[in-house]
Design a protein around this ligand. Structure first.
Ligand SMILES: Cc1ncc(C[n+]2csc(CCOP(=O)(O)OP(=O)(O)O)c2C)c(N)n1
Length: 333
């Protein structure tokens, strides 16, 4: 990664962290309702992988921990925040909330609440790309527990059989809600689980964004050159609970502190400082700039945006038979 790119990536990771922490605060203030799954600790995963891909050009799909993936694809943080606030200006018009951020314009094909749900959809995206031609790829981000779903195995078989251009990124944060991976999964090294399907795979440190980027570059090149699907496992950790109702009683504070010593933002920050490319003061200035942006633009936009009109409650939620599904009405041959 070039120095300029590293500095930009540091900024993006700080934005991701502060955005999520601000969501936490807004939830506690009851400005955000419903479910909320936050990403602090895992920033190097999505940002490092997408740095090696083409955000806004390659198709991306993921689970419910989806805000940062959408933003990295090009979604406006203001629209993502407005979605969390349930406002009409949100990326899903306020009807989806945290788990259903979509930004089709930037080829962010959605966050999904159903664990494992995105696997077959990613295969479909890959099949679509293959039929259309072109050099896009589909990237499917998912957690380690999702790999125990039946959809995982059916999808791995099909993508391997048809050599679909899909990169699977497993963000292994060691927990599925409150269950540690070694209590739910026979083979904890997730990258080994796809060998039986003949899929290329690798595992790497998910805390060091440069390491993630290097591995992702190889994986993306492999998929883009149409050699077939690829499975990349990133070893990472989420600092907060699974969702807002999780007290994290299933893990020790020592374990959390140990992971915080390998904070993805601090790893890159310290490396830049050591190389003389950044000072502590510049870093604080960056944090302040980002906090101001989130407060004065992102949060303000969400707060000032209108609520959806209650008469439009079903708009965008249920398919409109007349205009959106004309074949159901028999008007299309
Ligand atoms: C089909 C289905 N089964 C169960 C759930 C309940 N559930 C929500 S999150 C979750 C754990 C998923 O963990 P993982 O895939 O590792 O992702 P992480 O939360 O760690 O990012 C489960 C079982 C669900 N949402 N969907």
């Amino acid at each position: 990664m070039k120095l300029e790119d590293k500095k930009r990536v540091l900024r993006e990771m700080v934005l991701a962290r502060r955005f999520e922490e601000r969501c936490y605060q807004a939830y506690m203030e009851r400005k955000i309702g419903g479910f909320l799954h936050l990403y602090p600790g895992q920033e190097a995963c999505c940002i490092g992988v997408m740095e090696a891909a083409r955000p806004g050009y390659d198709y991306v799909i993921t689970g419910y921990r989806d805000h940062i993936h959408a933003i990295k694809c090009g979604a406006d943080p203001k629209e993502v925040m407005a979605e969390l606030y349930g406002k009409e200006t949100g990326s899903s018009k306020g009807r989806g909330g945290s788990m259903h951020i979509f930004d089709v314009k930037h080829r962010f094909m959605g966050g999904y609440a159903l664990v494992g749900g995105p696997f077959p959809l990613a295969a479909g995206l890959g099949k679509g790309i293959q039929m259309k031609g072109g050099d896009e790829i589909a990237i499917c981000f998912l957690g380690d527990a999702a790999n125990n779903q039946g959809t995982f195995h059916e999808t791995m078989n099909m993508v391997a059989l048809y050599k679909l251009p899909v990169l699977f990124v497993c963000e292994n944060n060691h927990y599925g809600i409150g269950t540690a991976i070694d209590r739910s999964t026979a083979v904890v090294d997730q990258y080994k689980r796809v060998c039986g399907y003949g899929i290329e795979s690798a595992q790497c440190d998910g805390q060091d964004v440069e390491v993630v980027y290097e591995h992702a570059r190889r994986a993306v090149d492999y998929v883009r050159s149409r050699k077939g699907p690829y499975f990349l496992e990133l070893i990472t950790y989420r600092y907060r609970g699974h969702s807002m109702s999780d007290s994290r009683s299933y893990r020790s504070r020592e374990e959390e502190e140990m992971w915080k010593k390998r904070d993805p933002i601090f790893i890159l920050r310290d490396r830049l400082i050591e190389a003389g490319a950044l000072t502590q003061e510049e870093f604080h200035k960056l944090e302040k700039e980002i906090d101001d942006y989130i407060e004065n633009e992102v949060v303000r936009f969400a707060e000032e945006s209108p609520e959806p009109d209650v008469r439009d409650l079903e708009k965008y939620v249920l398919a409109d038979r007349e205009t959106q599904l004309p074949w159901l009405t028999g008007k299309v041959a």
